[in-house]
Design a protein around this ligand. Structure first.
Ligand code: ADP
Ligand code: MG
Length: 558
């Protein structure tokens, strides 16, 4: 295979997308012990990615070597590989980037009279000069993937790329609170971290003052394992895992094991579908963890998974318990404990006015439509049980409400009047850098749905109106949820996609007690939907047990 081809294939593993370039360059700056790192992206990194640091710099004699494959100054022996302390160690990033872009590098080490400047095109140095520079390194990447049309074509939209880059920098800012980061996206300051050394300051910058104040420090040491960070009380949760960050020896990692450990610590404290907010940094001897699992170095393998899981779970759990937040959260989510609540709500049903219980829901002629239903009660604070003309009907309250909300959001498009609820007091929303980057691309769709967001400086917006069907709910968090979903690339940007997320987020959850009136209202509204039997994702909203089936189950009939 020609070298050119093989190096491009290898490059693809390291530089998948502009944000992976951002990640590799910032990791190099961090390995160089920089305390100030300034990042800039133009056209989501396609036109320019520039990272400037005040780190140790590269000695003039080493500049060309840095661009050679597998050349790294960070490890020298196999022994070192077992004891990796730096973020980089494979010596692949710079050559891989140089294979798919033009690279300009200027660097200078402390005490040197002059620094070096090189320009690389097609992986080769085409210009070299000596130039003065303060100690540190600036590297500018231009025309990324321009000789790599296949990769170029598959890039998601520009705002998705920006949002990924913002996420990368946000995570490193959380992991390195002593470093001051700034990120310019298309000439706009997306993020600046103070470098004060206090991770709480970074949280305030990224997630706003409420979380900055409310999060509780974790600090636990077990043998050679140190777990530090911040966790939020269970009363503050999110619908996704976007606010969970895990670092191993200050490397940002995605670890299902650590996710499960966090889930376990919050078990019983969070309602269904909600996730904890946590920032955890795990320090352990480098030989107890393998970071060389994948070229992107985002996966890790722990030597002792069991004890790692237990240590993290217990650290978070004891922190929550200690601060008496757990008990407060228990109280807040007590409506989520299914067993006790369901008996209660069924019993309460008995004392309700009989006229309610026996009023059948009028049925329409639509074939997909629901038969007349007599509501019997709620079980497991999740399902509504009803009797129909032929047996028993079990309705998933969340799925049903999701369908109703989705239809209301979408039907407005079809010529009907926009049902928008203006807010008397506009709601101030502070977006994270990643959410903010994605908003630009869906502003119009958001407006069509009824969310009016007015810029209010920086990453702040005033929410002036919401879709009427969502009025009274937590509209700000619905907006956030939509943007978060998009920034992760997990949802499409069509109106339908946005409406799906909004509906799922705003719908009543499993675990929520419904009054008889609420149940009846739910069924009446479901009845009016054109496709009442499935939720927008296509899952059933209602399951029917016919009398025949029941008879069979009871052995009354063969
Ligand atoms: P790795 O980080 O795995 O060693 P890279 O290809 O990312 O490999 O970088 C190659 C080498 O270039 C590094 O080992 C380091 O010596 C040098 N280098 C790259 N970026 C910087 C920087 N910002 N400051 C100082 N040295 C750097
Ligand atoms: Mg590197």
């Amino acid at each position: 295979m020609p070298l050119d081809v093989s190096s491009r294939i290898a490059a693809g593993e390291v530089v998948e997308r502009p944000s992976s370039v951002v990640k590799e360059l910032v990791e190099n700056s961090l390995d160089a012990h920089a305390t100030k790192i300034d990042i800039e992206c133009r056209r989501s990194g396609i036109d320019l990615i520039c990272v400037a640091d005040n780190g140790c710099g590269i000695p003039s004699s080493q500049v060309e070597i840095a661009f050679q494959r597998y050349a790294t100054s960070k490890i020298g022996t196999v022994d070192d590989l077992v004891n990796v302390r730096s973020l980089g160690f494979r010596g692949e990033a710079l050559p891989s980037i140089a294979a798919v872009a033009d690279v300009e590098l200027s660097t200078c080490v402390e005490g040197a009279p002059l620094g070096s400047y090189v320009y690389l095109h097609g992986g080769d140095v085409v210009q070299r000069e000596s130039k003065p520079r303060a100690p540190g390194t600036t590297i500018a990447i231009r025309r990324l993937f321009s000789h790599f049309p296949a990769r170029f074509k598959f890039l998601k939209s520009e705002s998705t790329e920006n949002s990924h880059s913002a996420l990368v920098i946000s995570q490193y800012a959380l992991a390195y609170p002593l470093v001051s980061f700034s990120l310019l996206l298309e000439d706009r300051l997306a993020l600046r971290s103070p470098g004060s050394g206090d991770v709480r300051d970074v949280v305030t910058q990224l997630y706003g003052t409420e979380l900055g104040k409310a999060m509780v420090p974790v600090e636990v040491s077990v043998d050679s394992l140190h777990i530090t960070g911040l966790v939020a009380p269970a009363s503050l949760s999110r619908a996704g895992r976007g606010h969970q960050s895990t670092f191993v020896n200050q490397r940002w990692v995605r670890s299902p094991l650590l996710q499960r450990a966090i889930d376990e610590a919050y078990r019983g404290l969070l309602p269904d579908g909600r996730h904890a907010i946590a920032i955890l940094n795990i320090q352990l001897p480098p030989d107890r963890v393998d970071v060389n699992v994948h070229p992107s170095k985002a996966q890790v393998k722990f030597a002792d998974e069991q004890s790692m899981f237990r240590a993290v779970r217990d650290a978070v759990h004891s922190t929550l318990a200690k601060t008496s937040i757990a008990s407060e959260a228990q109280h807040l989510s007590s409506w989520g404990s299914a067993a006790t609540q369901s008996t209660w709500s069924v019993r309460e049903m008995g004392s309700q006015s009989p006229s309610f219980e026996t009023t059948p829901i009028p049925s329409s002629t639509n074939s997909a439509s629901l038969p007349p239903l007599r509501i019997l009660g709620q079980i497991a604070t999740t399902y509504v049980v009803a009797e129909g003309p032929d047996g028993m009907y079990v309705i998933d309250q969340h799925a049903a409400h999701e369908r109703i909300t989705y239809d209301r959001l979408i039907e407005r498009r079809e010529g009907r009047e926009l049902e928008v609820q203006g807010l008397l007091e506009p709601l101030a929303i502070e977006l994270t850098p990643a959410e903010d980057a994605v908003l630009a691309s869906v502003k119009e769709e958001m407006a069509t749905l009824g969310f009016t967001l007015e810029p209010f400086g920086g990453r702040s917006y005033l929410l002036r109106s919401v879709p009427a069907v969502l009025a009274g709910g937590d509209a700000a968090s619905t907006v956030r949820e939509i943007l978060l979903d998009l920034s992760r690339g997990s949802q499409n940007r069509t109106l339908e996609g946005l409406a799906e997320t909004a509906a799922c987020h705003a719908a009543v959850r499993a675990g929520q007690v419904l009054t008889p009136q609420e149940m009846r209202h739910l069924i009446t509204q479901l009845e009016q939907c054109t496709q009442p039997r499935t939720c927008p994702h296509g899952r059933p909203t209602i399951i029917h047990f016919s009398l025949g089936q029941l008879e069979k189950l009871f052995g009354r009939r063969a």
